[in-house]
Design a protein around this ligand. Structure first.
Ligand SMILES: NC(=O)c1ccc[n+]([C@@H]2O[C@H](COP(=O)([O-])OP(=O)(O)OC[C@H]3O[C@@H](n4cnc5c(N)ncnc54)[C@H](OP(=O)(O)O)[C@@H]3O)[C@@H](O)[C@H]2O)c1
Length: 285
C-alpha cells in the first residue's frame, strides 16, 4: 500500500488523485485526520483511513501494510512541527515501510531566516537518523504562496515589498504530479532531491513587470523597509508570528536561498513546468 497523508489538503489531495491514475486506486491509502472530509477520494476507490500525527496510536492502523508513506509537512511552526513529523517518521519505520517520502523545501537549511526552511532541515536530519530509505522532496516555493503574499498588491497596481531576491516560484499541482511519479516509480530519487522547481527564478521587480504584461496595466514595484512592511502587515491583521515568517521569505531570498532552478521537475513531468506568467493568467490577476 502507498499511504498519502495530508489528503484533505491541497497538495496531498492532488498527489492521491495523480497516484490513483498511475497505480490501482485500491493500493492508495489516504490517511486523514477526519475521514468525513475525504468522500471525494473514497469515490475514486482510494482507501481512506484515520490518522493524526498528534495521535501516534492512530498511525499504527493508518500506516498498516505500507510499502511507502508520503508525509505532507504540517503548517505549524517550530518544535511542534518537528515533533509531528517525527511521530509520522517513527510510525512509518515501525510499520516496516520500504521508503518514506517527505515534502521538504528548496530552501531547507539550518539557521534560515525563513523559519519553515529551518524546520525542514530538522526533519531531513530526523529522516537521515531513522535508518529508513527516504526521499526528501525539496519543493520549489509554491507559486500559490506568491499569490497569497502579494496578490492584493498586484491587483491594486502597486507591489510594496521588502528588498528581495530571485525566487523559483513553482506550481503546487506540478509538484503534486512529480511526487506521484516518484511514488509510482519507487526509489527513483533517494535522499534530498535537487530543488524541484519551475524553469526560472524571478525577483519582485520582474514579477511586477510580468504582471503588468499579463494584465495590460502598469504594476509598480516599491521597496519598503523591513520594519515598516512588518508593521503594516500586523496593522492589517496578520498575526506577528506569520508576519515574521513572511518577512523571513524576503530575507532568505536576498541571500539566494530560493534562486536555484533545476531541470529535475521538468524531467519528472516530461513537460515544462508552469511559469509565473501562466500562473498569473490562470489566477486572473
Ligand atoms: N513549498 C512551499 O513553498 C510551501 C508553501 C506553503 C506550504 N508548504 C507546506 O506544504 C504543506 C502542504 O501544503 P498544502 O497547500 O496542501 O496545505 P494544506 O491545504 O493546509 O494541507 C495541509 C494538510 O496537512 C494536514 N495536517 C495538519 N495537521 C496534521 C496532523 N497533525 N496530522 C496529520 N495531518 C495533518 C491537514 O489536515 P486537516 O485537513 O485535518 O487540517 C491537511 O490535509 C503545508 O502543510 C506546508 O507545510 C510548502
Amino acid at each position: 500500500m502507498i499511504i498519502v497523508t495530508g489528503t484533505t489538503g491541497q497538495l496531498g489531495a492532488a498527489v492521491a488523485r495523480q497516484l490513483a491514475d498511475r497505480v490501482p486506486a485500491e493500493r492508495v491509502v489516504a490517511s486523514v485526520r477526519d475521514p468525513a472530509k475525504a468522500h471525494a477520494l473514497a469515490e475514486l476507490g482510494i482507501v481512506v483511513r484515520q490518522g493524526d500525527f498528534a495521535d501516534p496510536m492512530s498511525l499504527v492502523s493508518a500506516f498498516a501494510d505500507a510499502d511507502q508513506v508520503y508525509i505532507v509537512s504540517v503548517s505549524k511552526l517550530g518544535e511542534e512541527a518537528l515533533r509531528l513529523h517525527r511521530a509520522a517518521i517513527d510510525a512509518a519505520r515501525d510499520a516496516g515501510v520500504r521508503r518514506i517520502l517527505y515534502t521538504s523545501h528548496m530552501g531547507a537549511r539550518h539557521g534560515s531566516a525563513f523559519a519553515p526552511a529551518d524546520q525542514h532541515a530538522g526533519t531531513e536530519a530526523d529522516l537521515a537518523r531513522s535508518g529508513v530509505a527516504h526521499t526528501a522532496l525539496r519543493h520549489g516555493f509554491y507559486a500559490e504562496s506568491c499569490l497569497m503574499m502579494v496578490g492584493d498588491g498586484l491587483k491594486a497596481g502597486e507591489l510594496r515589498v521588502p528588498e528581495d531576491g530571485p525566487i523559483a516560484w513553482t506550481a503546487r499541482d506540478d509538484l503534486a504530479e512529480a511526487d506521484a511519479v516518484l511514488l509510482a516509480d519507487e526509489g527513483l530519487l533517494d535522499g534530498p532531491t535537487p530543488p524541484l522547481t519551475a524553469s526560472e527564478a524571478i525577483t519582485m521587480a520582474e514579477l511586477a513587470a510580468i504582471a503588468s504584461e499579463v494584465t495590460g496595466r502598469e504594476i509598480r514595484h516599491v521597496i519598503v523597509p523591513d520594519q515598516e512592511w512588518r508593521d503594516a502587515k500586523i496593522a492589517a491583521g496578520t498575526p506577528a508570528v506569520y508576519a515574521d515568517v513572511l518577512l523571513g521569505t524576503f530575507r532568505a531570498a536576498r541571500r539566494g536561498d530560493f534562486a536555484t532552478v533545476d531541470p529535475m521537475l521538468e524531467t519528472l513531468l516530461r513537460r515544462r513546468p508552469l511559469g509565473m506568467r501562466q500562473v498569473l493568467s490562470k489566477a486572473g490577476i
